[in-house]
Design a protein around this ligand. Structure first.
Ligand code: CP
Length: 325
């Protein structure tokens, strides 16, 4: 167990070693048990987390805010539109100044080509840990919660087959950070990882290379498919979700036109039947219901989406308790 995480940032999934992720999960399971038993755990009494949002959120904001309160501290919600960032406050200034007020800085900045760079610039100037609440490249806390959920439902992840698949959605061009973080982290845990998508929805080449290398080291596998049904076949875990064609076009209208070719990429009962009978259905949410996934699947017996959302709370508390002490 790697126990010295004090002061560390978590921006990309690989910022923590596999052993450090195992420590996070160990602490998360303990905190989840303590909460179920009503055992107080004020590990961050008098500490304050800044939560700087450039993008909307339901789960992330609420789980970080509730988590800080449960740890005995406080979380300050900072909507970028109410700051002076648009009037000139730079990433360096945010890092320097927030680093003097707060004990941790959490940021969601998903703008394509901007978000990850911004968070790293803040971290460079900050004297306190910087936590990535989702950027254009990574969504590390979502994937820690996903890994915790897989372990709860399936036990040892080694050897399990997970299908990380694109699915159609009409609401907006969703970031590519969730599939990228999934293929990075799950390959480190010896899983057989399938990435399934139409050709226009490819991910960043350096992320694909890293996933391939992780799989080689961990004894799992990583493959890319372009057939939606084939991705489901005999999988233990299916994770079909939409993302934007960001590496193909930066024009939202063209991206929407491309998506129109694949409106039949919906996770429905027939597709679920292609997976193993005890397969679980996962989604980070929000989902476009009856477009991206049928109600009968997301509300069905194989869906674990609410446990998955709950686990955001426990893994985030674990990381905050380990890094912000
Ligand atoms: N899954 C997730 O990050 O949800 P929110 O966008 O609601 O925070």
């Amino acid at each position: 167990m790697q126990t010295d995480l004090r002061g560390r940032d978590l921006i990309g999934d690989l910022d923590f070693s596999k052993e450090e992720v195992e420590t996070v999960l160990d602490v998360a399971f303990k905190l989840k048990r303590d909460r179920a038993l009503g055992i107080p755990h004020p590990l961050l009494r008098d500490k304050v987390l800044a939560m700087l949002f450039f993008f909307t959120s339901t789960r992330t904001r609420s789980s970080f805010e509730a988590g800080m309160a449960q740890l005995g501290g406080h979380a300050a919600f900072v909507d970028h539109t109410t700051t002076q960032i648009s009037h000139g406050d730079t990433a360096k200034e945010i890092g320097q100044i927030f680093g003097r007020y707060y004990d941790g800085i959490a940021i969601r900045q998903c703008d394509w080509g901007v978000g990850n760079r911004y968070i790293r610039q803040v971290a460079q100037a900050s004297r306190v840990p910087v936590l990535n609440m989702q950027c254009d490249v990574y969504h590390p806390f979502q994937i820690l919660a996903d890994l915790m959920t897989i372990i709860e439902k399936k036990g040892d992840p080694r050897g399990l087959t997970i299908n990380v698949s694109w699915a159609y959605a009409s609401s907006y061009q969703k970031p590519i950070s969730v599939p990228q973080s999934l293929i990075l982290q799950m390959t480190r845990f010896g899983m057989h990882v399938r990435l399934t998508h139409p050709p226009e929805y490819r991910l960043m080449p350096e992320i694909l290379d890293q996933a391939q290398e992780n799989a080689r080291r961990a004894g799992g596998s990583f493959e890319i498919l372009d057939d939606f049904d084939a991705g489901f076949r005999d999988a233990d875990i299916v994770y079909p979700k939409s993302w934007g064609a960001l590496l193909t076009t930066d024009d939202p209208e063209e991206s929407a036109r491309i998506g129109q070719k694949y409106t039949d990429w919906i996770a429905d009962r027939r597709r679920m039947a292609l997976a193993k009978p005890d397969a679980i259905y996962m989604h980070c949410l929000p989902a476009d219901r009856n477009i991206e996934v049928a109600d009968e699947v997301i509300d069905g017996p194989q869906s674990v989406v609410y446990d998955e959302a709950e686990n955001r709370l426990h893994v985030q508390k674990a990381v905050m308790a380990l890094t912000m002490r």
